[in-house]
Structures are given as structure tokens and as C-alpha cells.
Ligand binder design. Structure first.
Ligand code: V47
Length: 363
């Protein structure tokens, strides 16, 4: 590590990180603000290598986005439509089965399901959706529903979270994606998504899931009206929960993309901020096994750089089945990467592409 580049107490913090020690929120703020990008990158890469060597994980996956009609009007969302508005969709269970059936003879190992919180859908609808997909694709892992969708359907059924999650688990839901976390700070959350489920709900859903053996991910939407201290606070709340349950697999920082939503005036942060945020998350979240650089959101060039800044996962092949990022202005309007594309990207960055299943077992 180039400690001559460090000043004002950051050298001591960096040395602790290097020797595997944990840092406080105050120390993270100092490192974030004062350490050169190359230094946080080097620290993050050394942690990444201790955890996963030169492996960078990917999977063969596709998404189903059942609807973009949503009760909540989050200001950063470019995807939501009102019922009846041009561009709105709401798939029937039959259409969802058909979307799954396209993959019966394919080597995909995971289907990722997230969508809007449609006011007409309920726990029975989602449970039936999972059952039908499992019949069509019995060997594919179903990673489904953000904590916001889950809280809505389970509360509507008048159940506690554990009971509702058990019903979905028994139907075939095996893991939960990390969406809906946005930023946990309540004041910022009120500014960007005032109607959405609270931070406490998000954390409670994930804790309940971990307690019944469901693995989950966690995201953070950054680069809008929040400050660095809010990003650190977000990671601190995740690190505390992970200390209790150990149920998170991956942390996924999501860069705010500004096209087509009512927060366009925020613009987008530079790539240097993306790389620093990834590196600081690898440094701070010492109890998270994986940091994911989600390629449809960064684009392929930033994803390649991200691998030297602590990320050890780039998500999967996607097969042009998600619209959330292309509708918000991400470069890849048709997000799809073949396994060869992924291998080329990962080896250009100096790492080894390793195919994984949802639970990070090598395939
Ligand atoms: O919660 C919405 C984000 C998330 C925008 O678990 C936006 O493996 C940027 O859950 N700019 C949903 N981000 C996506 C999600 C996810 C994605 C990748 C991997 C995993 C995983 C989960 O998308 C939302 C929100 O934070 N989002 N709009 C936007 N304009």
C-alpha cells in the first residue's frame, strides 16, 4: 500500500484495514474523504483477494418483471407507470409461466423476479406465481421480490413476516434480492421515496428471512441527494444486521441513473465516485462475503474497472430481460452478455471468471 499518499490519521486506519481490522463510521468518513482513490482501491482489492482470490463470480440468469404498475411513486424511478398509461404492463400468471418456459432447455440456474407493487396482487397471487414457475423450471433457483413487495403482500394478508415468508419459501422461493433498500436514512428516504416501505420494514423482512434460512442480498441507491455520511450509515445498519444473522450474500451499490424520472436534475455521479463507493463498501462491510458490480447499471466499461476496486461478482447473463436500468438511461439498452462476453471482460480486468449458482457454489 502506498502509505506515503496518506495523511491526517488515515495511514493508521488504512494499516488496520490491511491487517483485517474493522473501522468505525467516523474512520470510514475520514478514509472516504481523504484517501486517494488508488489507495482505497488497493485496500479493497487486497480484501477481495483474501475472500475470493482471483475469482470473479457470474451466473446464468434471467429476470421476470411481472408488472411496472406500482402503488408507490418513488422519485428516482423511471420504470413505474399508472394503470392504463402508455408503456404500462401487468403479466398474467399464464404469461409469467410462458416467460419461464422459454428457458426450459437452457443452462440458466436462476430467475430473478422483481416488479412494481401492484394494488390488485396479493400473497396468494405471488405464491401461485412461484409454484407455477417451479413446475416449469424445477431446477432453477427462484430469487424473488424486494422487501417492499414482500412487506406489502404479507401485511395485506394480515400475517407476520415470518409466517408469510414461510409460505413463499414452501412454494419454492429460495432467496431474496436486495432491492428496495434505497437509502436507510429516514430524512433522505422521505425526500426520494416518501410513500415506500420504511427502513425498519426492509431490515425486519431481511432479518425474518435470514432466521428461516433464506439467503438475501442488500442494495444501496447512491448518487442523488444523499451525502457520504448517509452511505456510511446505510452500510453500518447492514453490517450490524449481518453480525446478528450472517444471512446476506452480496452487497450491491446501485448508481442512480437519471433519465426519465423526476430526479433528473440531480445528474449522475462520476465514475470515480462509483469506484470509491465500491471500494469503501468492500472495506466497511467486512462481514459481507461478496460485493457485486451490477453490470446492467454501470455499463460494461465501469464494470471492468470495478473489479479492481473490491467487486468479486458482476451478476449474470440477464438475456435482455430487465428494463429497470435501460429505462433510466443506462448504456446497455438491451442488457445481455454471453458467457464468452463475461469471460472476456473478467480476464481483461486480470481476474478469472467463475460460474456460480445463487448461493455462490461453483457450477
Ligand atoms: O430498489 C430504481 C433501483 C432497485 C433506479 O439482489 C434504480 O442481486 C438506479 O433489486 N437508477 C431494484 N437504480 C433492483 C434490484 C437488484 C438489482 C441488481 C441485483 C440485485 C440482487 C437486485 O433498482 C430498486 C432501486 O434502488 N433503481 N430506479 C434508477 N433510476
Amino acid at each position: 500500500m502506498r502509505s506515503e499518499l496518506l495523511k491526517d490519521g488515515t495511514a493508521e486506519i488504512a494499516a488496520r484495514v490491511e491487517s483485517g481490522g474493522r473501522i468505525t463510521p467516523e474512520e470510514a468518513l475520514l478514509l472516504w474523504r481523504q484517501a486517494p482513490l488508488a489507495v482505497v482501491g488497493t485496500l479493497a482489492d487486497s480484501i477481495k483477494r483474501k475472500k475470493s482470490g482471483d475469482s470473479v463470480y457470474y451466473n446464468r440468469n434471467f429476470h421476470i418483471e411481472p408488472t411496472n404498475i406500482c402503488l408507490f411513486r418513488c422519485k428516482f424511478c423511471s420504470y413505474r407507470r399508472e394503470e392504463g398509461q402508455t408503456g404500462a404492463w401487468n403479466m398474467t400468471l399464464g404469461e409469467i409461466e410462458d416467460a419461464a418456459r422459454k428457458y426450459t432447455d437452457s443452462p440458466v440456474t436462476e430467475v430473478h423476479i422483481v416488479g412494481g407493487v401492484h394494488p390488485a396482487h396479493d400473497l396468494d397471487f405471488y405464491t401461485e406465481m412461484i409454484r407455477r414457475i417451479k413446475v416449469v423450471l424445477p431446477d432453477v433457483t427462484i430469487k424473488a421480490f424486494t422487501a417492499i413487495e414482500l412487506a406489502y403482500m404479507i401485511e395485506k394478508a394480515g400475517m407476520d413476516y415470518t409466517t408469510g415468508l414461510r409460505i413463499l419459501k414452501n412454494a419454492g422461493m429460495e432467496a431474496i434480492p436486495g432491492g428496495g433498500a434505497e437509502i436507510f436514512d429516514e430524512d433522505i428516504r422521505r425526500r426520494i421515496c416518501p410513500e415506500k416501505g420504511s427502513t425498519d420494514r426492509w431490515l425486519e423482512i431481511h432479518e425474518s428471512a435470514h432466521n428461516i434460512g433464506l439467503r438475501t442480498n442488500a442494495t444501496m441507491l447512491y448518487g442523488h441527494v444523499e451525502g457520504i455520511e448517509h452511505r456510511i450509515d446505510h452500510m453500518e445498519r447492514l453490517r450490524t444486521l449481518q453480525d446478528r444473522t450472517g444471512g446476506f450474500d452480496a452487497f450491491i451499490p446501485l448508481k442512480f441513473r437519471s433519465a426519465g424520472n423526476s430526479m433528473e436534475n440531480c445528474g449522475e455521479v462520476p465514475v470515480t465516485d462509483d469506484l470509491r463507493t465500491l471500494a469503501m463498501s468492500r472495506i466497511y462491510l467486512d462481514n459481507f462475503p461478496h460485493i457485486k458490480a451490477y453490470w446492467p447499471m454501470y455499463g460494461k466499461t465501469t464494470t471492468e474497472m470495478a473489479l479492481s476496486f473490491g467487486a468479486d461478482d458482476i451478476d449474470g447473463t440477464i438475456d435482455d430481460t430487465t428494463k429497470i436500468y435501460s429505462m433510466a438511461g443506462a448504456e446497455d439498452l438491451r442488457p445481455v452478455m454471453t458467457v464468452d462476453d463475461i469471460k472476456t471482460l473478467v480476464s481483461a480486468a486480470g481476474y478469472r471468471a467463475v460460474e456460480r449458482d445463487t448461493f455462490y457454489n461453483e457450477v
